[in-house]
Design a protein around this ligand. Structure first.
Ligand code: CA
Length: 246
């Protein structure tokens, strides 16, 4: 990608570059091309339980924890909050369906290349996901051997509030030992972008799903790439443009 092809940067309020030290990656829809399978599993389990969501609905909740998502659906379709038992059971069944659909979720094209560039620059790599699946670390290790450390992974069990609250990304900064101004986030979902921006972090969105890129800019993304491959291709120029913007 030519430098001129990089979209202009929208610097988040309060963002000041003081030397990039860490890149915080979302997982589903960024590292793994897993969202279509997640969406299918959500639709199936919800309909099993009388929660008649549309096929597109899961994409609007991407990034939310399972508990929060289930609660929104029971309030809408059953007129009451979800019980703890429902949350546990529905999420467990959803994970089982997901695993049926994808024993090995495919890598997102371009993700390995971007991770390699980030690692070669000596930057700390962190994963911040709303997922709480037990298989998460095995998925990361199997898909991207050697890039991730357990202590630098934030999952749904690490914070009380999930995305779109800033807590998961604030925890990611804490685990990496860096300030918001020393990090960049890579996200694909509107709620994930909101969470990262609320944590004060410059957010790169990759539009790997079915939504219009405008939704990601509206959520506060500083820049939107059409794919992880486009992001990986433009990464060196993006970094120089980012530092030049300050
Ligand atoms: Ca995601």
């Amino acid at each position: 990608m030519e430098r001129s092809d990089i979209p202009s940067l929208h610097i988040n309020n309060g963002f000041k570059a003081s030397g990039l030290k860490a890149v915080l990656f979302d997982m589903d829809g960024v590292l793994f091309d897993s969202m279509p399978r997640h969406a299918k599993a959500w639709v199936r389990v919800c309909r099993d339980h009388g929660l008649n969501i549309s096929d597109a609905e899961p994409y609007y909740h991407e990034g939310r924890t399972g508990d929060d998502t289930i609660d929104i659906f029971t309030r809408r379709f059953l007129g009451r909050p979800a019980t703890a038992e429902e949350k546990r059971q529905i999420y467990e069944e959803k994970c089982r369906y997901f695993n049926d659909y994808a024993e090995e979720a495919p890598q997102m094209p371009g993700a390995q290349e971007l991770l390699t560039k980030v690692r070669d620059e000596g930057l700390t790599i962190v994963v911040v996901t709303g997922s709480g699946q037990d298989s998460l670390l095995q998925r990361l290790e199997h898909g991207y051997h050697g890039f991730f450390r357990r202590e630098l992974v934030v999952c749904s069990h690490d914070t009380k509030r999930g995305k779109p609250a800033p807590d998961p990304y604030l925890m990611g900064l804490k685990k990496a030992g860096v300030a918001a101004s020393e990090a960049v986030v890579i996200e694909n979902a509107p709620l994930g972008v909101q969470a990262a921006v609320a944590a004060g972090i410059f957010t790169v969105a990759v539009n790997t799903g079915p939504l219009d890129e405008r939704v990601l800019y509206d959520a506060g993304a500083g820049i939107v790439f059409p794919s992880m491959q486009a992001c990986a291709d433009a990464w060196p120029d993006f970094l120089s443009k980012l530092s030049a913007a300050h």
